[in-house]
Design a binder for this molecule. Structure first.
Ligand SMILES: N[C@@H](CCC(=O)N[C@@H](CS)C(=O)NCC(=O)O)C(=O)O
Length: 208
């Protein structure tokens, strides 16, 4: 059976919701950041990077959100979590493009605010990073807002896909980073409410 390592309020939310939506069996294992469990020798054997998410499969261990999401889609094809994105090489690449943007631009900009010590020493460096990253995040959100502005309910159109809980991670982090309120991006705010209301998301958020 799949074993999924997660921590509340982290990017693992995306894969966790996708696993619930997939409807397959998996074991969820909390990695307790309060006691720095992500740095424990046991967890470092699972993911030497000391990060969540990590997904243990029969074939090996997967880390990094975009490939974990893709694996969940392919493992549970009946759940239809690719939506229409597999209909052509282009639409598949478009999905990958959006995931890369979230992983390498949006997530990294938030990391400069939440984990400044990764990138520089001291309060002055942290303040300088926040000053730069805040406007970058707002600019990224403006781009996402434009994509949703045709009123589509989900990132890739009319159907829910793995991308939706991935975007949810960051639309929730806006509050945590004190860069909100989210309502300054009305289409993203509506998307967030829509994805938060799904039973799968409710179940995972209730874990803490
Ligand atoms: N590139 C990875 C990033 C994973 C990541 O940074 N996870 C954070 C939580 S959002 C983490 O586990 N941090 C633990 C730490 O920095 O000690 C992905 O997209 O899955």
């Amino acid at each position: 059976m799949l074993k999924f390592y997660y921590a509340p309020d982290t990017v693992s939310l995306a894969s966790h919701v996708a696993l619930e939506e997939a409807g397959g069996e998996y074991n969820a294992q909390l990695v307790d950041f309060k006691i720095n469990e992500q740095r424990s020798p046991e967890f470092l054997k699972v993911n030497p990077k000391g990060r969540v998410p990590a997904l243990v499969t029969d074939e090996g261990i997967l880390t990094e959100t975009p490939p974990i999401l893709y694996y969940i889609c392919r493992k549970f094809p009946n759940a239809g979590l690719m939506g229409e994105c597999e209909r052509s090489s282009f639409t598949l690449a478009e999905m990958q493009s959006f995931h890369s943007f979230l992983a390498t631009s949006v997530h990294v900009a938030f990391a400069h605010i939440f984990r400044p010590a990764r990138y520089g020493e001291g309060d002055a460096a942290a303040a300088a990073m926040r000053e730069k990253s805040g406007p970058s995040i707002h600019a990224f959100f403006d781009m996402i807002e434009e994509k949703l502005a045709d009123g589509r309910p989900f990132v890739h159109g009319e159907r829910f896909t793995i991308t939706d809980p991935y975007l949810l991670v960051f639309s929730r982090w806006i509050d945590r980073a004190k860069l909100g309120p989210i309502d300054r991006f009305p289409f993203i705010a509506a998307h967030r409410r829509r994805i938060e209301a799904r039973p799968s998301t409710q179940k995972i958020l209730a874990l803490g």
